[in-house]
Write a new protein. Structure first.
Length: 214
């Protein structure tokens, strides 16, 4: 794969991810449907909730990583590997959770439908395909894998705590008041196990996971 072709692939992913994010943000500002909200709150709350979604954070990581790779397809340094792998893990979990848990709950149309499909289906497929096709797939050490997992676990903890304070959670399956703590616990463990598996599986699949010497 030539650097020029790799740049093109990463640029396509970046453009689609940024376009999806901007479209969804515009819809949020306008007060359009966000997941299952029937009556959108004030603008400040809508902006906070936009960034509170794991889907949005995953797409942001993919967008940032793909933009950087479009400039330098061979980019590789420790902090960068964490960002790149976190985006890949997050967007994979996003696609899986959407397909199995959220898709049956949504009834969207028009621009809301377009934004939803871009964020939950198109970007995940493109991001994983770009990683598999053009890379880069640098070596990842155990410490970097641990850093990658800090984000989804911190996100879950923050989401559950804030949900108890103001009664809002970004996804209905995390609403303990409706689903019960047992159901929330099962989903939480399952989703974090998926994150952990992806964090180990993606680098291991290419033989790139290793422990640092000494």
């Amino acid at each position: 794969m030539t650097p020029a072709r790799a740049r093109t692939v990463h640029l396509i992913v970046a453009v689609v991810a940024w376009s999806a994010l901007v479209l969804q943000l515009v819809l949020v500002v306008q007060g359009s449907v966000v997941l299952v909200d029937d009556e959108p709150p004030g603008l400040g709350a809508r902006i906070y909730r936009f960034f509170a979604y794991f889907t949005i954070q995953s797409n942001l990581l993919v967008a940032v990583a793909s933009t950087a790779l479009a400039r330098d397809p061979a980019l590789d340094r420790p902090a960068w590997r964490v960002v790149r792998l976190a985006g890949l893990v997050g967007i994979t979990v996003t696609g899986l959770v959407h397909f199995f848990l959220l898709r049956p709950l949504l009834d969207l149309d028009g621009a809301d439908w377009v934004a939803d499909k871009l964020l939950h289906m198109v970007v995940p497929v493109l991001a994983v395909a770009a990683w598999a096709w053009v890379g880069p797939r640098p070596r990842v050490v155990a410490r970097e894998l641990a850093y990658v997992l800090c984000w989804p676990f911190a996100w879950l903890a923050w989401t559950l705590v804030v949900g108890q304070v103001d009664g809002w959670v970004p996804y209905p399956f995390l609403d303990a008041g409706v689903e019960g703590w047992g159901s929330v616990a099962v989903v939480s463990v399952g989703s974090r196990c998926s994150s952990a598996c992806c964090s180990g599986w993606w680098p291991a699949w290419t033989g790139s996971c290793h422990r640092p010497p000494g």
